[in-house]
Design a protein around this ligand. Structure first.
Ligand code: NAP
Length: 432
């Protein structure tokens, strides 16, 4: 029998478990360890609450979770409750699937003013992440700037724009639902340091902005290259640019406006004790397609800035880390003897949920090959249980999670699939 520990119960973690089951069948026992008492990582805390069809992928992970040789071990923080060397001692293989839950910092003057919020915090707040329950974003202001031209910037702009009725069917948490319902924000500036052809937004998600009840997207036609250049784009990007051209042609006024400010590089954020404006420099693309400052600057009055410029994997003591890319140092998923990584912890924060699947399968094949034909001699889960019990760690099982899940469904607002518990103690209490 072989024992594998997967650290992190998000998509990368569950795809790896699924792949290991396929590669090793009954010859493997898999423990999926998570610092949260609830599973699914990014699906619960990252994917937008109004994108339930994307979140539904958890049903596939649930099937894996319910199989006999897979166990969920929640409420266990690696680095506090157990160390990586201890895990390597107990398991034949340890896979880090810890995602990239930390914001890449925006290093500009004023970046630490109250009212500047990283997307991990803002997204965590509306998705009920315990660490961000007290965020209290300043929604009493009339304008916000969202920095970045990726899908997270789109999520944030859309969530800031929606009416309460448009959250029907979502699982946005109660505190965010009511705060956003009272929001005074009317202008949302989405700042891209490059142009429409360089956006990192996908067409389906971008298209949604064209169908909002009280908000309209606004794009300056002067920001586009000649239309014939669109033919040079790959098909997905061409579709996205077609949406943007459609937005530029719109002549609708609604109560809220989502302004696409292209070629706008944030220079500094200013204000007396809180954000009052962001100063940006107009850019042009250089020969390599990078944003180059033109020297021309302008100000955007705003009371909140949300940075959506990418994420980082938090380092773990003793595990080699690649600072510049915000991920573990690895060679095709291998960190060292018995230690592997998958998903955003391996590649950095790129790609969709499905991109993590081949990662999991690749690493499972590597692990199966590394094991060779012989059986293992590690203690696996019995050793883990013994150690955690001796440290009084209150672990959460998948059965416990199912009770928490049922309690969340039972207290849902009408039309919503669940009202998440926010605090760890609430989650732990709901097991009984
Ligand atoms: P992303 O796709 O990498 O986009 C980051 C954006 O930030 C880029 O537009 C980048 O511009 C910009 N940026 C980076 N540093 C900057 C700086 N210093 N100043 C100004 N702008 C800066 O990252 P993301 O939006 O966080 O998304 C992460 C991943 O999750 C992506 O793969 C995304 O597709 C995925 N995701 C998918 C969905 C969905 O499918 N519904 C939803 C959310 C997230 P440059 O291009 O100029 O570097």
């Amino acid at each position: 029998m072989r024992h594998v520990a997967i650290i992190g119960s998000g998509p990368a973690g569950y795809y790896s478990a699924e792949a290991l089951q396929k590669a090793l069948g009954d010859e493997v026992r898999i423990d999926i360890v998570d610092r949260m008492p609830v599973p699914y990582g990014l699906i619960r805390f990252g994917v937008a609450p109004d994108h339930q069809s994307i979140k539904a992928v958890y049903r596939r992970y649930e099937k894996v979770a319910l199989s006999d040789n897979v166990r969920f071990v929640g409420n266990v923080l690696v680095g506090r409750d157990i160390s990586i060397p201890e895990l390597i001692e107990l398991y034949d293989a340890v896979i880090l699937a810890t995602g990239a839950p930390h914001d890449r910092p925006l290093d500009i003057p004023g970046g630490d003013l109250p009212g500047v919020i990283g997307s991990a915090a803002f997204v965590g707040w509306y998705n009920g992440h315990p660490e961000f329950a007290d965020l209290a974003p300043p929604l009493d202001v009339s304008a916000a700037a969202v920095i970045g031209n990726g899908n997270v910037a789109l999520d944030v702009a859309r969530i800031l724009s929606k009416t309460p009725a448009e959250f029907a069917g979502s699982d946005i948490v109660g505190h965010a639902f009511s705060a956003l319902g009272d929001s005074a924000i009317r202008d949302i500036h989405v700042l891209g340091r490059r142009g429409p052809h360089q956006i990192a937004m996908t067409p389906k998600e971008l298209g949604e902005l064209g169908h909002l009840e009280s908000a309209v997207p606004k794009v300056d036609p002067a920001d586009f290259p000649p239309e014939m250049d669109d033919a040079l784009l790959e098909p997905g990007q061409r579709k996205s640019v077609t949406h943007l051209r459609g937005f530029a042609a719109l002549d609708a006024a609604k109560t809220k406006t989502i302004h696409f400010d292209f070629f706008a590089m944030p220079l500094r954020i200013e204000g007396e004790g809180r954000v009052e404006r962001i100063v940006v420099e107009k850019t042009a693309l250089d020969a390599k397609g990078a944003a180059a400052g033109t020297g021309e600057t302008y100000e955007i009055p705003c009371g909140m800035v949300i940075t959506c410029i990418g994420y980082q994997t938090p380092p773990i003591e003793g595990v080699p880390y690649e600072e510049s890319r915000g991920r573990f140092a690895n060679s095709e998923g291998v960190i060292g003897d018995g230690l592997y990584c998958v998903g955003w912890a391996r590649r950095g924060p790129t790609g969709t949920i499905g991109t993590n699947r081949p990662d999991g399968y690749e690493v499972a094949d590597k692990i199966a090959a590394d094991f060779g034909g012989t059986g293992g001699r590690k203690d696996g889960r019995t050793g883990l249980d013994r150690l955690l019990e001796s440290r009084n760690v209150d672990i959460v099982t998948f059965r416990d999670w199912q009770r928490i899940e049922a309690a969340e469904a039972a207290r849902a607002r009408e039309g919503s699939p669940r009202e998440k518990f926010i605090l760890i103690e609430e989650m732990l209490g709901a097991r009984r």
